[in-house]
Write a protein that binds this ligand. Structure first.
Ligand SMILES: Nc1ncnc2c1ncn2[C@@H]1O[C@H](COP(=O)(O)OP(=O)(O)O)[C@@H](O)[C@H]1O
Ligand SMILES: [Mg+2]
Length: 391
């Protein structure tokens, strides 16, 4: 085919299959550079021109050299990183190869929780009070003026990795001591009890062209630390809180200068004042199968739309987001005691997906009735807890 576009997909995790398939369907050539550990995964080989493996994708300069070598024989038009770390690596590769797309400076806002907080608060957007764990005087001033408890967070991790709740200044300094030279990679932030929400959106030419808000049933921090079922429910689009969050998300997209792509943004509604605070924003499809949840309520597959909008940009065309459905959905996932839990007993007609992964149990529910989703999610969450959850 003439003028075939070549897309390089970076995947340090097994993710992004629909993106690869869609690029292929659209007539693109797909090169997949993935982590060695994903070798046995079900990559869609029919849609991949060449597949390469590296032990790790975030080792420099190895990755720059590997991709530069690849670029001797392929004219790479676009580089897409599917996982959190890949977003950063893709940006560095674009800078090195001078491939268009998000560069280092913009990517930094999405990968560095300190950078995104500074930017958001400079723009007048609400963030929990925070301080960089850098200057002793500033940290001491923060500890004496901002009420605890606080959370100590690594600037660039995901999945609540390394996040610690801190109750006293003494504890903070003890942890800080343990961190040694690593402390400058951390920030301290006020712990705001409240409900946690997410907005998943599609951006083209700096505008949010699709967004849907959802509420985690239990804050992810509690699920990762105390165990339990991870669960989220779409919010009705008429819900004023959903609308406020979608507006907040649009302002963040603007502030962070995201030109195009997919976003996953998280907010807390603090119990103390009922206000929404910005938690974090990623320039990629949300993890933990949130793509299936978004698709169940809206009919929009974020991975496939990502391929469409990137190609539209490459061809100088307008990207047209399909008309979303206005349904409701929930996603439930937990670690299972058994290797292959039998989910056939979750047989309500609203169940549209059952997870097939060893030692995991998961479901996606869809209905036109939000009350039905709310009710079924409660019943199924209890059942997952008692019948399958790993203690
Ligand atoms: N300031 C905070 N107050 C209360 N809970 C928080 C705060 N920051 C994070 N959390 C909890 O920790 C979880 C993970 O934090 P987040 O900043 O989203 O990092 P990650 O990249 O690990 O998801 C959140 O979903 C929330 O439950
Ligand atoms: Mg998060």
């Amino acid at each position: 085919m003439q003028n075939t576009k070549t897309i390089l997909v970076l995947a340090s995790q097994f993710k992004g299959v629909p993106l690869i398939e869609e690029f292929h369907k659209l007539g693109c050539r797909v090169l997949l550079l993935c982590a060695e550990k994903t070798r046995c995964e079900a990559w869609p080989t029919h849609a991949i021109t060449e597949q390469f493996y590296m032990p790790k994708l975030n080792v420099f300069p190895d990755i720059l050299h590997a991709v530069s070598h690849l670029a001797r024989s392929y004219n790479i038009d676009r580089i897409i990183g599917v996982d959190d770390f890949d977003v950063e690596v893709a940006a560095r590769l674009r800078e090195h190869l001078r491939t268009p797309g998000m560069g280092d400076t913009t990517a930094r806002y999405f990968r560095d929780k300190l950078a995104m907080r500074v930017l958001a608060s400079d723009e007048g957007l609400a963030v929990p009070d925070f301080v960089h764990l850098l200057n002793d005087d500033k940290v001491n001033h923060y500890l004496s003026t901002v009420p605890g408890p606080w959370v100590l967070k690594p600037r660039s991790e995901a999945g609540a990795v390394g996040i610690k709740k801190i109750h006293t200044a003494q504890d903070l300094w003890r942890y800080s001591e343990e961190l040694g030279d690593k402390r400058s990679y951390y920030l301290l932030e006020r712990f705001l009890p409240g409900e946690v929400f997410h907005v998943d959106s599609i951006v083209f030419e700096g505008k949010v062209v699709f967004a849907r808000a959802s509420r985690y049933r239990v804050p992810p921090f509690s699920v990762w630390n105390e165990g339990g079922v991870f669960s989220t429910l779409s919010l009705p689009e008429t819900d004023p809180l959903a609308q406020e969050m979608i507006e907040f998300n649009a302002r963040l997209v603007h502030s962070m200068h995201l030109a195009r792509g997919i976003t996953h943004t998280e907010f807390i509604r603090a119990d103390i004042d009922g206000k929404l605070y910005f938690l974090e924003m990623a320039a990629r499809v949300g993890g933990a199968h949130l793509d299936l949840h978004v698709e169940a309520c809206s009919g929009i597959n974020l991975w496939r739309e990502w391929a469409h909008l990137e190609l539209a940009y490459l061809l100088g065309e307008r990207y047209q987001c399909p008309e979303p459905r206005h349904d409701h959905s929930a996603l439930l996932i937990c670690l299972a005691r058994e290797e292959h839990p039998d989910l056939s007993g979750f047989d309500a007609p609203e169940v549209v997906w059952r997870m097939k992964r060893a030692f995991h149990a998961g479901l996606v529910l869809n209905s036109q009735d939000p009350a039905r989703i709310d009710e079924l999610e409660r019943v199924y969450r209890k059942r997952l807890q008692t019948e399958f959850l790993k203690a």
